[in-house]
Design a protein around this ligand. Structure first.
Ligand code: CAA
Length: 292
């Protein structure tokens, strides 16, 4: 047992909702917080759809699906986190926005086992500095789509205690995830390796050296990757890719991490990849069948 029976998730985007789905599937009760109603509604609709798909594919019974859904609550008030055993924050990659959430959580939840961030690139120590108990702050970095990907990176910051580290490891195991451990450095293990690869592919496309399709087919068919690098960048979100590239460049000052100009042009134009309908590729909205 990890000691985490009720989990608070800050942020109901693709990652936050995926974390909530995996936690509910593992039998935990979950409360998802978003300050606005529209993202909460989207989070609820996407969880219902994902559970519905699992039921229709025979991975869950009807009863298991509805029990799972009943274990998740959505709220616009952080006060509803009262009594949660631990929190995972999964909001935008912005150190100040994360810090101010951690400051509030710290004041609200003096007994929480851990306050974790799902950041992919912001140093955990920088987030922990906003709290009075940095020993309880840790990085638990999930991968997208969370219900499918089995990895979590557990990131120990300078003041993280042994107890917090052990609790985060047990929590990952409860969720059925495989933990790898890293020190507190932007990019941790996976993004340190993945981001230069994705940025190189974007530069290759930007230079007109090959088409997006050929770059992606090259890596899928030549290296057995499930998605090519430009498809993967669109899937992760170009705004997220840009923020991660900036954080890594800020930390290491190495040009292979720096976002290429075309990535910035796409992001400032609102082309965030799959979620906005356009990135390196176009994604027409899913057709809703007409009512009978
Ligand atoms: N929620 C729940 N289940 C999902 C899902 C979701 N969002 N998306 C896919 N699945 C499930 C499907 O239900 C399906 O399950 P079954 O086979 O048991 O029925 C399975 O995953 C495969 O899905 P599909 O058949 O729809 O599609 P696919 O075979 O093309 O696989 C994919 C989709 C799993 C996303 C695959 O393309 C893939 O692995 N892509 C690479 C993903 C990757 O690299 N992720 C890491 C990104 S980096 C990151 O996250 C870190 C960071 O900080 C940026």
């Amino acid at each position: 047992m990890s000691g985490i029976e009720t989990l608070g998730v800050v942020g109901g985007g693709f990652m936050g909702t995926g974390i909530a789905e995996s936690a509910a599937r593992a039998g935990l009760s979950v409360v998802i917080y978003e300050p606005e109603q529209a993202p909460l509604d989207r989070s609820q609709a996407s969880l219902e759809k994902s559970i519905g798909r699992a039921v229709s594919r025979g991975k869950l019974s009807d009863q298991e699906g509805s029990d799972m859904l009943n274990r998740v609550a959505w709220t616009r008030s952080l006060d509803d986190f009262d009594g949660v055993d631990g929190v995972v924050e999964a909001i935008i990659e912005d150190a100040k926005a994360k810090g101010s959430i951690f400051k509030k959580l710290d004041a609200l939840l003096p007994d929480a086992t851990f306050l974790a961030s799902n950041t992919s690139s912001i140093p955990i120590a920088e987030i922990a500095a906003w709290t009075q108990r940095p020993d309880r702050v840790i990085g638990i970095h999930f991968f997208s789509p969370v219900p499918v990907m089995s990895l979590v990176e557990i990131v120990r910051a300078i003041d993280t205690s042994d107890e917090t580290l052990a609790a985060a490891g047990a929590f990952a195991a409860t969720m059925g995830k495989h933990p790898v451990h890293t020190a507190d450095r932007a990019g941790f293990i996976v993004n340190m390796l993945l981001v230069p690869y994705l940025m190189s592919a974007i530069r290759m496309y930007e230079d007109g050296f090959a088409t997006a399709e050929d770059i992606d087919e090259g890596m899928k068919r030549g290296c057995g990757h499930p998605m090519g690098p430009l498809q993967l960048a669109d899937f992760i979100g170009l705004d997220v890719m840009y923020a991660i590239g900036e954080s890594l460049y800020e930390e290491f000052k190495r040009p292979d991490f720096a976002p290429p100009p075309i990535l910035k042009r796409l992001v400032v134009s609102g082309h965030f990849g799959r979620k906005s309908g356009r990135g390196f590729y176009e994604y027409p909205p899913a057709k809703v069948p007409a009512a009978a």
